[in-house]
Ligand binder design. Structure first.
Ligand code: PXP
Length: 240
């Protein structure tokens, strides 16, 4: 049976916590519950404005989790220093704009190659697995390879917003196939739900999916363990 790793993004547990400025719900406890329910790893995005996850959350996640931590961050010196101190299993470099509601597009790896290259090298030298969050674009993938990133995460946001649009799905399929040719490990995520994850999980080259907002929203309705089990089942049905 093909097992696609499910990375659960717990950012929005922190969003709810921060709405009242207290200490609950605790994103680290949510991460532990997610792992007990079948998550293969935990993803968290320390944004420059700390709107959800905070520095102390990242440190606690690294200290307490029994599964890999995927630290999403912008390529800035401040974030690099934090990542090198925390030493997560993986870092996913993402573009970040203060005014955006969420990560709206992939990194421009081609335009930003000179900026990104030293970040990728320093993280790799520290033994951290580096992935680049990019749109499903073959030229961007070629540059990710040239810059020495071993992993790419394909941005599924356009697909998710236009589910049923076969053009967006075809772009993702072609990009995923191209990662295989380049010898890059292929992840995907953004905007995925139990309703739209199937065609993505069916793409053979994809080995990991990172899913957050939908799962945390569902957790309000059915509980986090059930939300994760439902997602796991939807992924497994499509992958096999
Ligand atoms: N992957 C990356 C790189 C992201 O930035 C995000 C959003 O933080 C996700 C996956 C998860 O997206 P969503 O919360 O829409 O499931």
């Amino acid at each position: 049976m093909r097992h696609i790793r499910l990375g659960v993004n717990i950012d929005h547990v922190a969003t709810v916590r921060n709405a009242r400025g207290g200490s609950y719900p605790d994103p680290v406890r949510a991460a532990e519950i997610a792992i007990a329910a079948g998550a293969d790893g935990i993803t968290a995005h320390l944004r420059e404005d700390r709107r959800h996850i905070r520095d102390a959350d990242m440190a606690e996640l690294k200290a307490r989790l029994t599964k890999p931590l995927n630290f999403e961050m912008a390529a800035t010196d401040e974030m690099l220093a934090i990542a090198l101190a925390i030493k997560p299993h993986a870092v996913c470099l993402v573009p970040e704009k203060r005014t955006e509601v969420t990560t709206e597009g992939g990194l421009d790896v081609i335009g930003g190659q000179a900026h990104l290259k030293p970040y990728i090298a320093k993280l790799r030298d520290a033994g951290i697995r580096v992935s680049l969050f990019i749109d499903p674009d073959v030229k961007q993938l070629d540059m990710a390879k040239a810059l020495g990133a071993p992993v790419v995460e394909l941005h599924t946001g356009s697909y998710a917003h236009h589910t049923g649009d076969s053009h967006e799905l075809k772009r993702l399929v072609s990009a995923a196939v191209h990662t295989g040719r380049l010898g890059l490990e292929c992840h995907a995520g953004h905007g995925l739900t139990t309703d739209n994850v199937g065609p993505i999980a069916a793409i053979k080259d994809i080995v990991e999916l990172n899913i957050g907002h939908f799962l945390i929203g569902e957790a309000i309705m059915v509980g986090l363990p059930q939300a994760i089990r439902d997602m796991r089942a939807a992924i497994d049905r499509a992958a096999n």
